[in-house]
Design a protein around this ligand. Structure first.
Ligand SMILES: NC(=O)c1ccc[n+]([C@@H]2O[C@H](COP(=O)([O-])OP(=O)(O)OC[C@H]3O[C@@H](n4cnc5c(N)ncnc54)[C@H](O)[C@@H]3O)[C@@H](O)[C@H]2O)c1
Length: 354
């Protein structure tokens, strides 16, 4: 394969996909699709792409991309991903993989049927800090990971209030499925991908629903969620996700994984989307704390990594099974929040991918 022919469907977050492809000498943007004509024209102009489509199926038929990235509202992921796979493209789907596990199962079947890769954009694994921490984990830094705490909380960060994000039938849920998905995935990945066996979740609807009444907008999802996950190896995970609520930082992302030999932390710097890695360990009887050395040398983002995988004919690291494993946790947390009871998973979801 010379250059990987890439197409993007959905040009909100999808603009970042296109930007990455534009800067990648192994990639070529062969088409962009969005139902918003102004956004489509403006994005086409910005990235100097002439093959613009309001109907993504027309794009799949006419430009035959090697890789399609899907950055659409969550309720469209299944249908569009399956269409793209059926048309012969590999696919990188935005997180969350789907709104429910059954949809993920059908997406996985479509990938197997088509013999194509289906990756999930759990993009925080690709941050330089995330990679540096994973390298330490793989090197045995933590010993045995037995507990993690993970959060992404905002004090006032409702995405596009009144739009699809806040409507359960279009999004699948609120900040838990939107933000929590990233931090739960990061924590479980750094814990060595143990298998979840039970979850207990709580959701709160304190701010968004009231605001929607005043502004006469649609909103029926939680604005805060918390939960506990137990794993088959006895490890535990505590999580929080919010779009709104009283707290000091506007944007607060923090994941701490504790092992019997040390502790690793991935967090945003200040209120930014820049990340640092930190460690705590003992050496010679002394407690040591510090910053993990992070280098962005040779680090690609998830889009660049997917292009490299296709060029070199190797699997992308974040698979549909990874997306499904998180989806099962999210589904369980929502079910638990609704019933007020712990949810137990009868059988583990597929094999681990560390
Ligand atoms: N990985 C990340 O960090 C990250 C960040 C932001 C969003 N996301 C995910 O990306 C996805 C999209 O989120 P967003 O913020 O870009 O939403 P958005 O609403 O800003 O953008 C969605 C775009 O899809 C277009 N669209 C809707 N229906 C379409 C159709 N049938 N065909 C073609 N285009 C269509 C809309 O016109 C819009 O431009 C979501 O799944 C979200 O969770 C991921």
């Amino acid at each position: 394969m010379s250059k990987v022919k890439c197409a993007v469907i959905g040009l909100g977050m999808g603009k970042f996909h296109a930007q990455s492809f534009l800067e990648n000498e192994d990639a070529e943007i062969v088409g962009l699709a969005d139902v918003n004509p102004d956004l489509l024209a403006e994005t086409g102009k910005r990235f100097e792409v002439e093959a613009l489509f309001s109907d993504y199926r027309e794009m799949l038929d006419s430009v035959k991309p090697d890789l399609v990235t899907v950055a659409l509202p969550n309720f469209l992921h299944e249908e569009v991903v399956v269409d793209a796979l059926d048309s012969g493209s590999h696919v990188l789907c935005e997180k969350p993989l789907a709104m429910k596990l059954e949809q993920g199962e059908r997406m996985r079947e479509a990938a197997i049927r088509a013999g194509r890769q289906l990756g999930v954009n759990l993009s925080y694994r690709f941050t330089p800090a995330g990679r540096a921490l994973k390298a330490l984990v793989d090197d045995g830094f933590l010993g045995e990971a037995y507990h993690a705490y993970t959060r992404w909380t905002r004090c006032d960060g409702f995405p596009k209030f009144g739009g699809w994000f806040g409507q359960k039938k279009l999004s699948g849920g609120g900040p838990l499925i939107d933000l929590g998905v990233h931090r739960i995935d990061l924590a479980m990945w750094l814990m060595g991908s143990p298998t979840p066996v039970t979850v207990s979740g709580v959701t709160h609807h304190r701010i968004g629903v009231e605001r929607a009444k005043i502004e006469n907008k649609a909103f029926d999802v939680e604005d805060f969620a918390s939960g506990v996950v137990r794993f088959d190896n006895g490890a535990s995970l505590i999580l929080e996700a919010s779009w709104g609520g009283y707290q000091e930082k506007k944007e607060d992302m923090h994941t701490r994984v504790m092992g019997d030999k040390g502790c690793l932390i991935h967090q945003n710097i200040g209120e930014s989307y820049d990340f640092e890695g930190r460690f705590v360990k003992t050496e010679g009887g002394q407690l040591l704390r510090g910053e993990v050395v992070v280098s962005d040398q040779g680090v690609t983002d998830s889009y660049g990594e997917m292009v490299a995988c296709l060029k070199e004919d190797r699997p992308f690291s974040v698979t549909v099974e990874d997306g499904m494993r998180i989806q099962r946790v999210l589904d369980g947390l929502y079910a638990s929040a609704e019933s007020g009871c712990e949810v137990s998973f009868e059988k583990p979801v597929m094999s681990h991918t560390a």
